[in-house]
Design a binder for this molecule. Structure first.
Ligand code: C2E
Ligand code: MG
Ligand code: MG
Length: 700
């Protein structure tokens, strides 16, 4: 068939030889006048194998008649071609999915008029755009996923162009500024965050837009948020040639996190109860203070202050009031110090005060004494009037402090000295305290080795009935004969054992040894009590009662054992100690108060504890015939003891006159060099054999 009206139609169709575009030319009626190879092949595949492979078929009719899944786009195509042929519209295009093929295929339909110098008609093309479409879909899908992910992130994300205008932001960004639906897009930063915040952030923004990644944390008042803390990361968006196109802003509101960090930091540096600086902060501040004052002539001082008998307050009034008292002490310390000083709590009832050289002015010990006096003024806590005393150890320093621990140790040693010399005192560190400490540690080591060896022994000193001359009791006194140092006195080694806890082992050894020897005397027919000194530290050890029971299990009659406890200790006993002592008494062992009258005013424990015997402190006895006051005290103690139904014993009786005075004033028993010195077991046996002081068969 010749189509003279369309002499160039083949030129058009044959120019389109690619497999992806099916091209046909139709005349004014919609009849196909020329097709390209792809159209022809498709027509064959689809069964339109007419002459000319579709040429001569009316495309419009074909589309109008279409049914099945492709009908919709066929009708749309017919409409488009008609519009073009009518000359209303230049080019008509639409995309569609070819539903008739197995695999989803996208195509673009194009209908355009023939050139105006040609006969009227149209060019129709079905272009396969599946590949392009796939890439587009993938891009679209990944963009959506990315957006979802960005929106799910709790951090604020935005992209800004180089003119500092928002081009993209996530939901969190909008939510933080209280806007929605892309309201920020196109806006400039200061219009969103405010001029003040912009001024603060400007250096970071400019640095980023000059190509540098920026990281920062800072306080900010932005938009509707006042005084927040933000962490920002700005990352420049740089193209392949190195030109900055814009920047990504990642911002986090870290106000809560920051507040928590500040709180944790505060807690790590402060004592929770009093709010005072704690040990760590003290260390830091003392170091910087010392560095500041390096080279100055004056000294600074670290003082450790310890409340005396604070435990009693906790035990009697409870921890609630104890805590309140500690807070009140902290306040009083702050009131007494200046802003140049540092007041810290080290823990428990221990405080530290650091006086800088600038603040010291007057000498530190006199200042410390004033501090002790001020703490002695009563505290009014929840209706209770509480009285306390404190001891202070002072460690002076000058210049750099390389070892804070050492300085603290020095103040501690000074405090130890202050307490050892009686409480309510202050002491300045001296090198001798180190040597004493070393000596104590060496002694402790030797003592540990000495227990259970023949270096340790017990001497016994008789206590004699002043009326009958009978031997009522012997006091067991520990003796230590060191291989090189010779005899070491109990008043030297007992405190070392007490402060180290070794007193438990030593005390148990003494109890065992004394009990065994008591059994020997019982078996030999003697009837006197063996009295063992018991240290307060022993009573406080959990193993003490078990040790006592083991001693009784040896077979000794408990009634022939007695424990002597120093008065000073009895005054300090707490409820637990009292319970332990009551159990001792329940086991059948007697209790005696040693060194009675040695300076403690409270006699309340006399009611509390089941004591049988009172031993008058030696110093009173020594002054018989010399000091009438001491004589009066002795008489008063005898009266008091008898009024309470206790036996009264005088210690340190060295002369006949002393013995006579005591007997004349009704004292029951006496112990001292006048009667006998402390003797080893064999020595006491010899003394018993030849002495006029016969064992009288017990008074109990
Ligand atoms: P204490 O319990 O008051 O013992 C009496 C001390 O006075 C003994 O000193 C004794 O030797 C001494 N003494 C006795 N009569 C006279 C005298 O007429 N004149 C003088 N000037 N002194 C006299 P010692 O043995 O040196 O013991 C001292 C302290 O050591 C004891 O005082 C006691 O508190 C403690 N102690 C001794 N042995 C032990 C023990 O086995 N365990 C415990 N925990 N402490 C002990
Ligand atoms: Mg004693
Ligand atoms: Mg005594």
């Amino acid at each position: 068939m010749t189509l003279p009206a369309y002499p160039h139609a083949d030129v058009i169709t044959h120019q389109q030889n690619g497999p992806n575009a099916k091209v046909a030319v139709v005349d004014q009626d919609g009849t196909i006048v020329s097709v390209n190879e792809a159209w022809r092949l498709s027509a064959v595949e689809n069964g339109y194998i007419a002459e000319g492979h579709g040429v001569g078929v009316n495309y419009l009719k074909l589309c109008d008649l279409a049914d099945g899944p492709d009908a919709d786009y066929a009708h749309q195509a017919a409409m488009a071609v008609r519009s073009v042929l009518s000359g209303d519209i230049g080019i008509q295009t639409f995309e569609y999915v070819c539903a008739s093929v197995d695999q989803e295929q996208w195509a673009m339909f194009v209908a355009s008029p023939l050139p105006s110098n040609w006969s009227s008609g149209a060019v129709i093309a079905h272009v396969d755009i599946t590949t392009t479409k796939d890439v587009g879909q993938v891009l679209k899908r990944s963009e959506e996923r990315l957006r979802q992910q960005l929106n799910a992130l709790p951090i604020l994300i935005a992209y800004l162009d180089k003119n500092q205008r928002y081009q993209l932001n996530n939901d969190a960004y909008e939510a933080w500024f209280g806007v929605s639906n892309g309201e920020l897009l196109g806006k400039r930063i200061p219009d969103v965050i405010g001029e003040v915040a912009y001024r603060d952030l400007c250096p970071h923004i400019e640095a980023c837009l000059s190509g540098k990644a920026v990281e920062f944390e800072m306080p900010l008042s932005a938009g509707r948020h006042q005084s927040v803390y933000v962490r920002g990361n700005y990352v420049p968006d740089v193209d392949a040639s190195g030109v900055v196109r814009g920047m990504f802003a990642f911002v986090q509101d870290i106000t809560k996190e920051r507040a928590l960090a500040v709180r944790v930091e505060h807690q790590s540096m402060h004592d929770a109860l009093t709010g005072l600086p704690n040990r760590s902060q003290l260390q830091q501040r003392v170091k910087s203070l010392a560095a500041l004052e390096a080279g100055r002539e004056a000294y600074g001082s670290l003082m450790i202050l310890d409340l005396d008998h604070f435990k009693d307050i906790n035990d009697t009034l409870g921890h609630f009031l104890g805590d309140k008292l500690l807070c009140a002490v902290a306040r009083r310390l702050i009131e007494t110090t200046t802003e140049h000083d540092i007041v810290a709590r080290l823990g428990g009832d221990e405080f530290a005060v650091v006086r800088s050289a600038a603040a010291i002015g007057s000498s530190c010990p006199s200042w410390a004494k004033r501090m002790i006096e001020q703490l002695e003024a009563p505290f009014l806590i929840e209706g209770h009037e509480l009285h306390i005393s404190a001891s202070i150890g002072i460690a002076p320093f000058r210049g750099r402090i390389d070892d804070f621990g050492q300085l603290l140790k020095q103040a501690d040693l000074a405090l130890y000295s202050a307490k050892a010399g009686g409480r309510g005192r202050c002491c300045v560190f001296a090198d001798k305290m180190w040597t004493d400490l070393m000596r104590r540690q060496r002694m402790l080591q030797s003592l540990r080795e000495a227990i259970n060896t023949d270096q340790m022994s017990i001497h016994y000193q008789p206590q004699v009935d002043l009326k009958t001359g009978a031997l009522n009791s012997v006091e067991a006194l520990a003796r230590w004969c060191h291989p090189t140092c010779g005899e070491i006195e109990p008043k030297t080694f007992i405190p070392v054992a007490e402060s180290s806890g070794l007193i438990g082992t030593l005390g148990a050894w003494i109890m065992h040894k004394a009990a065994r020897e008591a059994m020997d005397w019982q078996e030999a027919g003697h009837r006197f009590t063996v009295s063992v000194n018991v240290s307060p530290m022993q009573i406080k050890q959990p193993a003490f009662l078990d040790q006592v029971r083991q001693v009784i299990d040896l077979g000794v009659q408990p009634g022939w054992l007695e424990f002597e406890i120093t008065e000073a200790v009895l005054v300090e006993t707490d409820r637990r100690d009292s319970r332990v002592l009551q159990e001792v008494v329940d086991l059948g062992i007697h209790l005696a108060i040693d060194d009675f009258g040695s300076g403690y005013s409270s006699l309340a424990y006399l009611k509390r504890l089941p004591v049988d015997k009172i031993k008058i402190e030696q110093s009173f006895v020594r002054d018989i015939g010399v000091d009438s006051d001491d004589e009066a005290i002795i008489k008063a103690i005898i009266t008091l003891g008898h009024a309470l139904g206790k036996r009264v014993v005088a210690e340190g009786v060295e002369t006949k006159a002393q013995a006579a005075f005591l007997r004349d004033h009704g004292c029951d028993d006496a112990q001292g060099f006048y009667f006998a010195r402390p003797l080893c077991k064999d020595g006491l046996d010899g003394w018993l054999d030849q002495s006029q002081w016969r064992s009288m068969g017990g008074t109990r």
